[in-house]
Design a protein around this ligand. Structure first.
Ligand SMILES: Cc1cc2nc3c(=O)[nH]c(=O)nc-3n(C[C@H](O)[C@H](O)[C@H](O)COP(=O)(O)OP(=O)(O)OC[C@H]3O[C@@H](n4cnc5c(N)ncnc54)[C@H](O)[C@@H]3O)c2cc1C
Length: 401
């Protein structure tokens, strides 16, 4: 067990889950991650292993066949998995967000239909807000759902769906006209539609096309896709929660837990980078001694470890806040912002410690160097986190003059 990133006050059950996941990561993920990533290959065997461990149902309530664990347990598992390979944490992240949105906002029929199969990993979730022309500015969405009898007809183009090809249930955010006349505030005229589909690419359901994988600089293995809706018919009972106009709020709730999750990924990737850096620094000799004995390198290691500790503490704090039922937008925004920035810095320091070898695809740090930037963008960029943090601070510290 590492000295860094420890979490006080965990129950025996939480400790057991984490030690099982850590063991799985060390034995089943780390040895194959870099090879699979270079081939951009989907980690089918690893995903089967995660299913067996019950990780797809970790936070799904026990009454639906899940383990009913907290956001904290989930985030700590994500941290472990990202330490092995960030792409694997991406595979469960969108699944987890959709399961969370169903648990919090779904009708009883929707929960009964999807959650038990999601807990087993038979139904796999993806969520879709972004479009080609927008990511940060969610209120500008143009995809539209129009009511026709007992159905909605969906049209529009979506972008950047993590697990777009492998998922079988996509929570899609659209503007909806029903009951929301022209002039209704953007965030009050959006609806989340639960879209079931076949896994794969091409026309996966009449009116719904997943064109293919987007070729990315990193975060490979996991598929990221577009989604095109052209007259897609969705039964009215697949409006999340049964009421239109709640989609923006539902998605923001999902993204808030997703932010803790991205922070946890940043922590995991940073920990791995530190492990690689501290190990290499004791093996590589220059000027007659291991580079770890040069003060400049020791200082780097000290800074890296401090960042790993700080990011972990903020991530745990944000998860605990949400678990306590309190609003955690401030803490989640801060944790996501800090953990992703620190992750990028720790990875870069580990890369520098590796000298020229860091640039070689034979070394794991090369993969981490291409993965870390994704965390600066996903679930809201650093600028968007700072906007959320700033607004919340002005609410909390309102001038009472
Ligand atoms: C690998 C990957 C996976 C993804 N997975 C998903 C997914 O599963 N589902 C999904 O819905 N989306 C997903 N996304 C999309 C992601 O959420 C968006 O890329 C992100 O929100 C940024 O949006 P954008 O790319 O449109 O950038 P833009 O919104 O165009 O922003 C461009 C730049 O301008 C800055 N900016 C924007 N507005 C402001 C402002 N008001 N003030 C200051 N600066 C500003 C941004 O911070 C950024 O630096 C994924 C993205 C990637 C790269």
């Amino acid at each position: 067990m590492s000295r860094l990133a420890q979490t006080a006050g965990l129950t025996d059950v939480q400790q057991e889950i984490l030690s099982t996941v850590r063991d799985f990561v060390d034995k089943e993920i780390i040895p194959v991650a870099t090879q699979l990533e270079h081939r951009d290959e989907y980690p089918t065997e690893i995903v089967e292993g995660l299913k067996e461990l019950g990780l797809f149902g970790l936070m799904i309530p026990e009454e639906y066949g899940g383990l009913g664990e907290s956001l904290l347990t989930y985030a700590l598992c994500v941290e472990e998995i990202a330490r092995g390979w960030m792409s694997v944490s991406g595979i469960i992240n969108t699944h987890f967000i959709v399961a969370y949105m169903l648990k919090q906002h779904g009708t009883q029929e929707q929960k009964d239909t999807f959650l038990p199969r999601m807990a087993l990993g038979e139904v796999r979730g993806a969520f879709s807000m972004s479009e080609p022309a927008l990511g940060s500015d969610v209120s500008a969405i143009t995809s539209k759902g129009v009511r026709e009898g007992d159905e909605y007809i969906l049209n529009g183009q979506k972008m950047w769906l993590t697990n777009g090809g492998t998922s079988t249930l996509v929570a899609v955010l659209c503007r909806s006209d029903e009951g929301h006349p022209e002039g209704t505030a953007a965030h009050k005229s959006m609806t989340t539609f639960l879209v079931e589909k076949e896994a794969g690419f091409g026309e996966v359901r009449p009116g719904l096309t997943i064109p293919g994988k987007i070729d990315k600089m990193g975060y490979k293995g996991v598929d990221t896709t577009e989604l095109i809706m052209d007259g897609l018919r969705i039964p009215a009972n697949r409006v999340l929660g049964g009421t239109t106009g709640r989609g923006f709020y539902q998605m923001m709730d999902g993204v808030e837990v997703g932010r803790v999750n991205v922070a946890a990924r940043g922590c995991g990737v940073a920990q791995r980078a530190f492990e690689l850096g501290v190990s290499y620094a004791q093996q590589r000799q220059t000027f007659g001694k291991p580079i770890a004995q040069h003060q400049a390198i020791q200082f780097k290691l000290a800074e890296m470890a401090t960042k790993v500790e700080a990011a972990h503490a903020m991530m745990v704090n944000a998860a605990r806040k949400k678990d306590s039922g309190e609003r955690n937008d401030l803490e989640a925004g801060m944790a996501k912002y800090l953990a992703s920035e620190y992750c990028k810095e720790v990875v870069e320091d580990a890369f520098r410690i590796h000298g020229g070898y860091g640039f070689s695809k034979e070394y794991e740090i090369e993969r981490l160097y291409r993965e870390a930037p994704m965390l600066l963008i996903g679930e809201g960029t650093a600028e968007i986190q700072k906007m959320i943090i700033g607004r919340r601070l002005l609410e909390e510290y309102r001038f009472q003059g």
